[in-house]
Write a protein that binds this ligand. Structure first.
Ligand code: ATP
Ligand code: MG
Length: 207
């Protein structure tokens, strides 16, 4: 009596540059939340994306604000500023370590990604250690079929144990495309949440 272990909490990590956040980010997070029984999903904007050095990204406070506006209407979605508060590149391993400390040993972490990201995992900082610390879920993304054989070749049993896949309704949307649409005066209505569209217009982003 009374010594029942606290139940395991499953926490989703939705990392990205979110430049800007769009409805495919929200849709994959919600699909994974439901399929994997996650208690909450943390949207974590990257400060200094290690994979995007060289491209100009809009200031972090704009990306954070848009992420907060987008996540607001889902009670299971939260936004974490942790990568914006650190200096140096936004290595996911450091983020996961911070979350393990914050949520304790009874939390299971699920990194939510699109299939393009899964295909690039071998380039990530200390990826083997990261795979030992959390799960990954690769959702289907148009134009990015996953090469499962290559993953197993690269990571062996770790790939089989820690990388999961989920088929989701595929949306051919990217932040790159949204930025180009804004620049060329095309509509982004319904491709981003209404509040994000209004914010982009008000702040004159991506012109
Ligand atoms: P960019 O064009 O600037 O690279 P993006 O749309 O790819 O932007 P990111 O912030 O790079 O967005 O991606 C964050 C995460 O969301 C990544 O894991 C990526 O694979 C996933 N993702 C983004 N768009 C989609 C989509 N349309 N379908 C599935 N996953 C997606
Ligand atoms: Mg991308």
């Amino acid at each position: 009596m009374g010594d029942k272990l606290p139940s395991i909490r499953r926490i989703g990590i939705m990392g990205g540059t979110f430049d800007p956040i769009h409805i495919a980010h929200l849709a994959i997070a919600e699909q994974v939340r439901e399929a994997f029984g996650l208690d909450l999903v943390l949207f974590i904007p990257a400060a200094n994306p290690p994979h995007k050095q060289g491209r100009k990204v809009v200031p972090a406070y704009h990306r954070l604000m848009m992420t907060q506006l987008a996540a607001y209407s889902n009670p299971c979605f939260h936004v974490s500023k942790q990568e914006l508060e650190r200096t140096g590149p936004s290595y996911s391993l450091l983020t996961v370590r911070e979350l393990q400390e914050r949520y304790g040993a009874n939390a299971e972490l699920y990194f939510i990604t699109g299939s393009d990201t899964i295909n690039e995992l071998h380039t990530w900082y200390h990826i083997e250690e990261l795979l030992k610390s959390c799960h990954f879920v690769g959702t289907t993304r148009p134009g990015a079929p996953v090469d499962k054989e290559a993953l197993v070749k690269c990571f062996g049993r770790l790939a089989e144990e820690k990388i999961h896949f989920l088929a989701v309704p595929e949306l051919e949307i990217s932040s790159t495309d949204i930025r180009e649409r804004v620049r060329s005066g095309k509509s982004i209505k319904y491709l981003v949440p209404a509040a994000v569209e209004a914010y982009i217009i008000k702040e004159g982003l991506y012109q």
